[in-house]
Design a protein around this ligand. Sequence first.
Ligand code: NAD
Ligand code: LMR
Ligand code: MG
Length: 607
Amino acid sequence: MWKVARFVASNVRSSSQRRFLSAAAIPGACIVHKRGADILHDPWFNKDTGFPLTERDRLGLRGLLPPRVISFEQQYDRFMESYRSLEKNTQGQPYSVVSLAKWRILNRLHDRNETLYYRVLIDNIKDFAPIIYTPTVGLVCQNYSGLFRRPRGMYFSAKDKGEMMSMIYNWPGQQVDMIVLTDGSRILGLGDLGVQGIGIPIGKLDMYVAAAGINPQRILPIMLDVGTNNQKLLEDPLYLGLRQPRLEGEEYLSIVDEFMEAVHTRWPKAIVQFEDFQMKWAFETLQRYRKRFCMFNDDVQGTAGVALAGLLGTVRAQGRPLSDFVNQKIVVVGAGSAGLGVLTMAIQALSRMSGNNEMVAKNQCYLLDKDGLITKERKNLDPAAAPFAKDIKDVEGLREGASLLEVVKKLKPHVLLGLSGVGGIFNEPVLKAMRESDSPKPAIFSMSNPTMNAECNAADAFKHAGPNIVFASGSPFENVDLGNGKVGHVNQANNMYLFPGIGLGTLLSGAHFITDGMLQAAAECLASYITDEEIQKGILYPSIDSIRHITAEVGAAVVQAAVEEDLAEGHGDVGPRELKHMSKEETVAYVMQNMWFPVYSPLVHEK
Ligand SMILES: NC(=O)c1ccc[n+]([C@@H]2O[C@H](COP(=O)([O-])OP(=O)(O)OC[C@H]3O[C@@H](n4cnc5c(N)ncnc54)[C@H](O)[C@@H]3O)[C@@H](O)[C@H]2O)c1
Ligand SMILES: O=C(O)C[C@H](O)C(=O)O
Ligand SMILES: [Mg+2]
């Protein structure tokens, strides 16, 4: 059942206490086998000027660093000062120049000193997420060839067929818990970016470290380069990927199969998150692997949970009981991997609420793609969209392929949700038509990324659709000043609220598969996180500042769902029996205690 109660773990302490707890959870003092300059050049172990004298002595660092030892806090302040002065010095310059400059300064730190990097990221997540993640990561992918300095993660290409099993052992880390994999075929709303799409797994895994406290030594971003159909890239002499058209059909699948086998052989417990695959492969690989490997598709499944939580929040924002969800008319614009994922999960929830009546559930939902309203009259109807195609007699006054404006005018939907990847299609006439919605508080979800691809921006949404709307977007926008002291709240409906908790919860449960039940538990948990008071202000999702706490709760919900389904095999010292006996609060505490937190750990034993 959908319960609306904010759960606050009894042992949630102040943030400084939590930091202490997390730091204390780091297993044993890490003893490094490297020496001298090799340590300084290894971002996992490097402490820059922070190496204490004993470590300088015993690790062969004497003379390789300036003599004064600088504390972690001083290093932190020094970085933040240079970041702030960069901000000041780039004021007034174009968005792309400023955000790429910010990305570069963060990336340089990432390449040099991971402990300091993740600490500044965690402490300043609201400011830095838009740089290392959406939307700047999109710009980084587009400019990857020019920005490339050092590799990060692994690259498997079509040319590596037959070699992957040995290649996987080239990765220096002993243990890998979390992998994010892309083939670069649908990077955000930017299309096929080939090998340049590697920026996305890197950004997602940074969020895993920041939000879920996955140890950065145990993450692995991976690019599967099977070619690109992007002509501009193929012709670019600086392009770093394979210069050939994308593999298709069995050839393509045999590469992904080989890769999955290789990963599974070396790290049988690693979780693989599929990210930004074009729709046909997103669905095909999900179906092919979800019962064989521990994997999920974030665009299909993570997005669905986040959208569902927002849709339920919308019902609450209207002052209605959750059961009223079955009366919401929902128009989804975009019939791709994300749009279909959202509809599938929304219809499952609607069916449950209407006594397992899938017909009732489907009646409430309408789907459009680039050719307009999808009905059963559609020629060459995509089989993936077919279950959501309307019977023409059920859409009286509308025709097959009706335009978005026609649909909105006719249906007066409660919710307009965009996952089309096309910037600006919620234009002025469409937004104005939403003023006639049957809902007193219509919802506009402009979920496509990055910012330029959003179906509309926040200011236009409030301006044209009116001040009563609830608004959410995939990329961040500033809140909108509505005058008279009123604020139009902007929510960020982004799968970042769920994927870290799905991954962490699965890892800590020891489940071998990620089931619909576990994903549903994650979505329910997010939906119940927000208080009624916040909902009244149009707040559907918590602030990203609290992403670690949200992720702990989502992770715990996933663990508990795995336990309920008898899939939990435990993790580390914690076995399935112990997991079974944990209360909800204890499960949240267990998850929190397993979150890595960046502090310099000793590299030599105390004498
Ligand atoms: N906010 C989030 O968390 C989140 C999650 C996943 C995807 N997304 C975004 O959603 C977008 C789509 O992702 P996807 O994987 O579904 O892509 P996709 O390529 O699989 O699907 C895009 C769909 O949009 C349709 N479309 C194109 N032009 C249209 C138009 N003018 N009107 C109506 N429909 C149109 C296409 O026909 C297709 O059905 C991307 O921009 C992506 O960044 C956001
Ligand atoms: O990457 C994001 O910000 C969300 C989503 O996975 C997307 O593909 O747009
Ligand atoms: Mg994605």
